[in-house]
Design a protein around this ligand. Structure first.
Ligand SMILES: [Zn+2]
Length: 496
């Protein structure tokens, strides 16, 4: 096919598409299908002479060469739904954005926008999106989720210009944009229906659906198709190349769209906002956004320096555990630099399945040697009840589901640019169970004695000691008939 013929074919397609859209719009005006959302009116003539489609909401006017009115409606509505949530995050009154509106371009063929001047020469080449104070440019993506994510991400940069003069240095600017762009759609995601059908039904179902919410962690792949940050974290976890928290703050000013750097910035921002040690300092820092120099980072670091060992330890746990279903309500560990020092006496504690890591509550000195005894039963699924050794028929990340695990977490911040893997061990092994059973076989009434593990943990530096039941990141406690919370009863025994 010659270039001319291809071109003619393209024209034909475009004419057909235009006709189709006119029919759809006519149907919409006639009330046959609903293309409208609250802030978007379908009865304007949205096609300009270049064949571009424009949709306009309160805060975003979006122009695109993608002939998908439903997608554009969705993007504009999602943007308008996000703005009040972003303001609430920063503690800024809604009146500040009453007249704030930006122009956005969603581009399939970038050349079209270069030629028309909508994408000016001063904007460099980019793979995903680009923002200026009043305009954002997005390259069209394969999934609705990721188109929305990028529109929100670039829009947050523009809003930061408006509210704070800019978004701070790159780790902060990109971290907050990623944090506040990560969202959960109003449409329940497990549905297999095509997107167009879902969108057409949106207005009908709106009452019974979850609201559109930003700053959400994905429960599963279907929540955020195209996002893929957890895959990057898993790859680096396996390769032992996860960055330290401090090295994230030292990322260069220009990230050049590197997805990995964005992943670390996002994770750090999530940690800083979710940790009581840093939440206030992180939000306060936004006000200094016009300072994009190292001074911004130095001031933030000064604000949290006293708590840095806790934040750094939280980062190591987070990097080890981040996966679909990770939920801060389950992964917020009680850790403090003012935890009392271990007295040398045995410690009793309950380890419950509703939380991930649970601290023993003291810190142990270098040279401490610990043994553990444990007993108890917990539901790990509605069908499976586990004891501290775990269930060898069901595994989570290579270890038996329900296994009681211990993590020795050094108080000192690791030196270097990458974090060492966490020291996680089973408390009671299968060998312990076999030995225990052979010792007690003559005396079946002795069932109530807790089982002591043969494993002795030696601490090579001052550390916190954490325990957990090995369960998937997104585990929810299983409903049981018992009123009391299920738990393993654990004894931590100092040993010589
Ligand atoms: Zn960005």
């Amino acid at each position: 096919m010659t270039r001319e013929a291809e071109y003619a074919g393209g024209m034909m397609d475009k004419r057909l598409q235009s006709q189709l859209w006119r029919v759809l719009l006519a149907m919409a005006i006639g009330g046959i299908v609903s293309l409208t959302t609250d802030s978007v009116s379908a009865d304007e003539n949205n096609f300009d002479e270049t064949g571009l489609l424009t949709r306009e909401g309160q805060h975003l006017r979006l122009t695109s060469d993608v002939n998908d009115a439903l997608l554009l409606n969705d993007l504009v509505q999602s943007f308008d739904d996000s703005v009040p949530q972003w303001l609430a995050f920063w503690g800024v009154p809604e009146s500040r954005t009453a007249n704030w509106k930006i122009q956005g371009y969603l581009m399939r063929n970038v050349d079209t926008f270069r030629k028309s001047g909508a994408l000016p020469d001063f904007v460099p080449r980019f793979d995903h999106g680009y923002s200026s104070p009043h305009t954002i440019w997005i390259r069209h993506q394969d999934t609705t989720y990721y188109n929305r994510h990028l529109i929100l991400h670039e829009g947050i940069h523009s809003l930061a210009f408006e509210l704070f003069g800019a978004g701070g240095p790159s780790w902060y600017m990109e971290g907050t944009a990623e944090l506040l762009a990560l969202h959960r759609d109003r449409v329940p995601t497990p549905s297999k229906q095509p997107r167009s059908e879902l969108s057409l039904n949106t207005s009908v179902l709106a009452q019974s659906m979850d609201p559109f919410t930003i700053n959400q962690l994905p429960r599963n792949r279907l929540d955020t198709p195209g996002w893929g940050r957890y895959k990057i974290i898993a790859q680096h976890r396996e390769a032992g190349t996860l960055p330290t928290l401090k090295s994230v703050l030292k990322l260069p000013t220009e990230l050049n769209g590197e997805v990995e750097a964005y992943t670390w910035c996002w994770a750090a921002s999530s940690l800083f906002t979710q940790s009581p040690e840093s939440n206030a300092a992180f939000l306060k820092a936004a006000r200094k956004g016009s300072d994009q120099s190292e001074a911004f980072t130095s001031e933030f670091y000064r604000d949290v320096a006293e708590q840095w060992p806790v934040l750094s330890a939280r980062w190591r746990l987070m990097m080890n555990d981040l996966d679909y279903g990770f939920d801060w309500s389950r992964h917020r560990v009680e850790l403090s630099t003012s935890d009392p020092r271990a007295s040398g006496a045995s410690i009793q504690m309950n380890v419950t399945p509703d939380q991930s890591w649970q601290s023993v509550g003291v810190w142990f000195p270098k040279g401490a040697r610990l043994r553990f005894a444990a007993e108890g039963r917990v539901h790990v699924t509605s069908d499976w009840i586990s004891e501290p050794a775990g269930i060898t028929l069901e595994y989570n990340r290579g270890n038996p589901l329900g296994q009681l695990q211990v993590c020795v977490l050094p108080i000192a911040t690791p030196a270097g640019a990458t974090i060492p893997g966490l020291d996680i061990q089973p408390v009671i092994t299968r060998a312990d169970v076999a030995r225990f059973k052979s010792n007690t076989s003559d005396d079946s009434t002795n069932d109530s004695a807790p089982m002591t593990g043969a494993n002795v943990i030696s601490l090579t530096e001052p550390s916190w000691v954490l325990l957990r039941i090995n369960l998937p990141a997104g585990h929810s406690p299983i409903e049981t008939t018992a009123n009391a919370q299920e738990a393993y009863q654990v004894q931590i025994i100092p040993s010589r």
